[in-house]
Write a protein that binds this ligand. Structure first.
Ligand code: AMP
Ligand code: TRP
Length: 331
């Protein structure tokens, strides 16, 4: 069985972009692949966090993994900090990552370009830690949204470099980017991606938004004046975004099919239908979330997941340290 691995940062509340671009695909993959899904709680402290808020987001993130359909009897689900080998391999990989490579990472560059000050060293070296998160499990595929593709490519470069230098250490993984929904855009500004750091909160639908709030956000989504439900991301980015949301949440319904249904109808009708699909999905997730938060499933899942993950990770770390000559091997 091929292995798949991915993670999400619990930096804020999970949103529809996380679900469509990443989480949904983890759930679909667990049937066919050995799925490893973790919560990247080391990555989230690369930017300042309020400890109380972080704790709440962390808990919700695990609960939402389960509520969205990840099944602990199929997938390995754990917290990054419960498997300390990640940080140690992260350091080793950081020593095999060039500063020139880190300087090219758009996520860091964007923050710098915006003039954000006091950016941390952790934020700068984060792609090396992400490479360790991946390589320590030898996955075949890494399902992520579009914004993470560059990081997975760097991970591949590091793996190839180290394999060439020390002999076969790591499997070189492939990023897996969904064809539709890899970059869900903000509802208020369809040129920007939907993100946890949406200042107004109006462009971002959180998975735990009350249904009336989510409905309102869809109904006030920015569109255009062409009055035609047609898939054209360049000229009609708002409509294209809503179509992507609708398609992904209705079993990858083809765009042509959606266009057909709304031919000659106004945007009001179309938005109502999108809101309906979104609210149905949120309701399903939230019902399950409420059941999970009232059970001991989270603790049990994380304990079992960490044990399974640690067994794989500790072997790999040991192999790497031996191959690098970092361990004393008694004769
Ligand atoms: P993050 O919230 O940055 O930890 O992202 C977790 C996962 O969700 C990654 O695979 C991202 O690529 C994906 N993701 C985040 N925002 C979006 C978005 N707006 N559209 C699609 N995928 C996204
Ligand atoms: N960097 C990813 C994000 O911001 C989260 C992440 C951390 C990740 N480690 C990973 C994703 C390993 C895939 C594989 O979304």
């Amino acid at each position: 069985m091929k292995r798949m691995l991915s993670g999400i940062k619990p930096t804020g509340q999970l949103h529809l972009g996380n679900y469509i671009g990443a989480l949904r695909n983890f759930v679909l993959s667990q049937e066919e692949y050995e799925m490893i899904a973790f919560i990247a709680n080391l990555h989230c402290i690369t930017v300042p966090q309020d400890p109380k808020e972080l704790q709440k987001n962390l808990y919700d993130c695990v609960a939402l993994y389960l509520a969205c359909g990840l099944d602990p009897s199929k997938a390995t689900i754990f917290l990054q900090t419960d498997v300390m080998e990640h940080a140690q391999l992260g350091y080793i990989l950081c020593c095999h990552t060039y500063m020139g490579e880190l300087n090219r990472m758009t996520q860091f560059k964007d923050k710098q370009a915006k003039g954000e000050t006091n950016l941390s060293g952790g934020l700068y070296t984060y792609p090396s830690l992400m490479a360790a998160d991946i390589l320590i499990y030898d996955p075949d595929f890494v399902p992520v949204g579009e914004d993470q593709k560059q990081h997975v490519e760097l991970c591949r470069d590091i793996a190839i470099r180290m394999n060439n230098r020390y002999g076969e250490l790591f499997k070189v993984p492939e990023p897996l980017i969904p064809k539709v929904g890899a970059r869900i855009m903000s509802l208020t500004d369809p040129d920007k991606k939907m993100s946890k750091s949406d200042e107004t909160n109006k462009g971002c639908i959180y998975l735990l938004d009350p249904l009336n709030v989510a409905r309102k956000k869809v109904m006030s989504a920015v569109t255009d004046s062409l009055a035609n439900v047609h898939y054209d991301p360049e000229n009609q980015p708002g409509i294209a975004n809503l179509m992507q949301i609708m398609s992904s949440l209705s079993n990858d319904r083809p765009f042509g099919d959606i266009e057909q249904e709304f031919k000659g109808k106004g945007y009001g009708d179309f938005k109502k239908a999108v809101a309906e699909v979104v609210c149905n999905k949120l309701e399903e997730i939230q019902t399950r979330y409420n059941e999970i938060t009232n059970s001991n499933l989270i603790e049990k899942t994380l304990n079992e997941g960490a044990n399974k993950a640690r067994a794989i990770a500790s072997k790999k770390l040991d192999l790497v340290q031996k191959k690098l000559g970092m361990e004393i091997v008694l004769k």
